[in-house]
Write a protein that binds this ligand. Sequence first.
Ligand code: 261
Length: 404
Amino acid sequence: MTTTSVSSWLDEITMAQLERNPYPIYERLRDEAPLAYIPVLGAYVASTYEVCKEVAAGADFQGYIPKTGARIFGYPAIIGSNGELHKDLRGMIDPGLQPKQVDRYIDDLVRPIARHYIEQFENDGQADLVAQFCEPVSVRAVGDYLGFKDVSSEKLREWFHKLSQSFSNVAVDSNGDFANPDGFVPADEAKAEIKAVVEPLLDKWTVEPDDSAISHWLHDGMPEGQVRDREYIYPTIIALILGALQEPAHALAATLAGLFTKPEQLEAVIDEPGLIPRAISEGIRWTSPIWSATARENIRDTTVAGVQLPAGSVVMLSYGSANHDHSLFNAPSEYDLTRPPLPHLAFGAGRHGCAGVYFANNACRIALEELFEAIPNLESDQDRINFTGWAFRGPDSLHSKWEV
Ligand code: 261
């Protein structure tokens, strides 16, 4: 029976394989089972462009927070909320992220930050651009926007790494319980530190609002003299310390890694900075930062890709695989700036699509404009770039060099 042979290889998929290199497994999933139940995940995965889109934006589905996210963030984190609750939380975080608003502050926010970190290494002739550029610029830009101006970039990096590590601790045993409960220790450590830093900030913003995003979250839309309950906004703060601080760094690093695979395309982008937005778009298509970290559940019995899903089934959206779908992208595993700019799913789709698209694209653009202007003879100094991650994915390091 074919179902037996299909399920046998699915049973053998391990988290270690998915974290190291999910692409061979997903190539087979897209061919044979675009919606498949994966025992180690305790959930279905959607692997093709069409199925990801159908699940992400379909009327039978609603937002669902992956179990590790619920464990780490608590309730009500924005990524797992629905209905009026989700409407209120999006209404809280969206205003400062609207293009018209972002255009007002993004250049003054990001350009000096990028300049600052570039100055630390531009005369060295070499750097690891992940640790010295992508991550510090990402956490400083988003961290300052949120209101963490007085938290060091080292601390912000440590926080997102610990939260991300625990969020990725998704393996479950045959009872559906976490296979590695100790995997939540890093997140619990980070959360204790975050709480110690955020509580006094919330105290301050309650009586002395300022222009930081979280101060606005407390006050905006509330009756005079009232603020939103901090327990209500706290899970969303933690979710953003993970996703919003980490992903622009992954986007920058994926773009640079992709350009390093095509030195002539890197040169073209450095010569013509107008190509940077295209380079970023292809970078996050090629290695999608939120590779498989978001999910939906169906609110009624439904059938997708021929698979019957009883109400309440969980489907992980493997956007990193959808963005390698042969039916849309020719030679998808190649970074290629010159491919037709088709829409990809790196920012998701539907009601739970990324709120920070415009901020992230522009922050990354400005950071790369500054990097390429300062170091026009940038090249890779690494034979092989190593990528890690299934939930979130990006290069581990980008050792680079240039003549000074
Ligand atoms: C800001 C978005 O953050 C996330 C997105 C997807 C999964 C986990 C996150 O913290």
